[in-house]
Design a protein around this ligand. Structure first.
Ligand code: CDP
Length: 207
């Protein structure tokens, strides 16, 4: 079967956790598209040209542990405004979305640009303070010495850049279901997302 779940939303809204859980529940493959931009950002921090880096991206580049750092997140959102960088990553994402067996992709432009024909579109969001708290806890748990205020500023700066850019700006697709996770536990947010996907007749057959 071909079945795409597009999950978009701002930084640290919970897209990753929800996407992984939805993919596991329905037996679909999962692609964290932010990792592609993070991998390009990491190469640029290492001195590479962004467009060359995007065009020569290798699957092994996605396994770099440093991709989750705040510095790489900022670099990712800086390279993500460059149309040639986005263009270099489109075909891989489109093919992944329509692969046989079902796919969940999370990012900023999945429901609007990469796969407007997705069977289910979710726009996952939460207040900036909630998102910064979650990212702060996540980074701290990973052993990073970060300050909450800086994490909040980083999240806001990235939101502004991601929403304000001309190429594939962050915005909900017209037919996306909005999921605000500010006041939801992880389990509740995951349950809601699964329920939205399960409401599609073709998804029920795959469980
Ligand atoms: O995990 P988090 O939500 O903080 O970020 P991410 O999904 O890993 O994305 C990092 C950056 O890549 C974002 O701030 C965007 O600028 C960019 N991105 C994008 O432009 N389009 C996507 N489909 C995914 C990420």
């Amino acid at each position: 079967m071909i079945f795409t779940v597009a999950i978009d939303g701002p930084a640290a809204a919970g897209k990753g956790t929800i996407s992984k859980a939805v993919a596991a529940h329905f037996g679909f493959a999962h692609l964290d598209t932010g990792l592609l931009y993070r991998a390009v950002g990491a190469k640029v921090l290492g001195g590479a040209d962004p467009v060359v880096a995007a065009r020569s991206l290798d699957p092994s580049d996605l396994e770099n542990a440093s991709l989750r750092t705040p510095a790489v997140a900022q670099a990712a959102s800086e390279v993500a405004v460059i149309p040639e960088v986005r263009a270099a990553l489109v075909d891989f994402q489109k093919a992944f979305a329509r692969r046989t067996g079902g796919a969940v992709l999370d990012g900023r432009d999945i429901g609007t640009v990469i796969c407007p024909e997705a069977e289910v579109k979710l726009f996952v969001t939460a207040s900036p303070a909630c998102r910064a708290e979650r990212r702060f806890a996540e980074l701290r748990a990973g052993g990073m010495d970060v300050v909450y205020e800086t994490v909040l500023e980083d999240v806001k700066a990235r939101d502004a850049r991601d929403s304000g850019r001309v190429a594939a700006p962050l915005k909900p697709a017209e037919d996306a279901v909005l999921l605000d996770t500010s006041d939801l536990t992880v389990a509740a947010a995951v349950a809601r997302a699964i329920a939205v996907v399960a409401a599609h007749p073709a998804a029920r057959d795959s469980v």
